[in-house]
Design a protein around this ligand. Structure first.
Ligand code: ATP
Length: 218
């Protein structure tokens, strides 16, 4: 589904240069559940951002279904992200003033599509939030916030979910619940790439991609 070829990423901060990715070759296969692990600063988030076309490599290529996105305009990359990719982040990034239902529907508004109430209700039910749709994020638990974010990530019917430490702010019980939801989505065909520091969760993925010093170690 997605292939990275010799991907390098260098950040420059004043005089300082950080080689965040140093020649990553990687394939994400359709239908798999892959966990990305590795020490802090290894380059995991940078990798996820490049896989998700939120950022571009300094060198190397990213291919979606065999087509390189090298040189694509922001507009074209935005369309690719909207149509194919759902993002889930550790900090949830919900809009405080909007209800759960409106947070879930938000990506549709960006596409100038009218939210379909039944679809939003179905998504809320899928993540166990059918009784919380009118609540604002401040009235939710961390686990509920992340479940809202997952429903939002699904609203455009993506092919892949990219999750950056989705359980990083949650206790073990809620972490399990979030993981089980992602696993369930994967069983129904969605590809999942998830960064995690949780070894127990990583062990339950189909594959572990271990990143160290900007390279795939194993
Ligand atoms: N925007 C940026 N500007 C400068 N340096 C950056 C930037 N983003 C990341 N880095 C650096 O690149 C390296 C890789 O960062 P990255 O966030 O990808 O690591 P990570 O494996 O996700 O770490 P963590 O597990 O702590 O989240 C780090 O040394 C980091 O400080």
């Amino acid at each position: 589904m997605i292939r990275l070829q010799k991907v390098e990423k260098i950040y420059r901060r004043g005089a300082e240069t950080v080689r965040a990715l140093r020649g990553v070759d990687l394939e994400i296969h359709s239908g798999e559940f892959a966990a990305v692990t590795g020490p802090s600063g290894a380059g995991k988030t940078t990798l996820l951002h490049i896989v998700g076309c939120l950022d571009t490599p300094g060198r190397g290529e990213v291919l979606f279904d065999g087509v390189s996105v090298d040189g694509w305009t922001d507009k074209k990359l935005t369309r690719l992200r909207r149509e194919k990719i759902g993002f889930v982040f550790q900090q949830f990034y919900l809009i405080p003033g909007l209800s759960v239902a409106d947070n879930i529907a938000l990506p549709l508004l960006f596409r100038k599509q009218k939210p379909d109430k039944d679809r939003i209700a179905t998504l809320a039910r899928m993540v166990g939030l059918e009784n919380r749709t009118r609540h604002v994020p401040a009235a939710l638990s961390g686990g509920e916030m992340q479940r809202t974010a997952i429903a939002r990530a699904l609203v455009n019917r993506p092919e892949i979910i990219l999750a950056d430490e989705p359980t990083g702010n949650l206790d073990s019980k809620n972490s399990e619940k979030i993981f089980d939801i992602l696993k369930g989505l994967n069983r129904s065909g969605l590809t999942v790439l998830m960064i995690t520091h949780n070894a127990n969760l990583a062990a339950r993925a189909d594959r572990i991609i271990r990143i160290k010093d900007g390279m795939v170690e194993a």
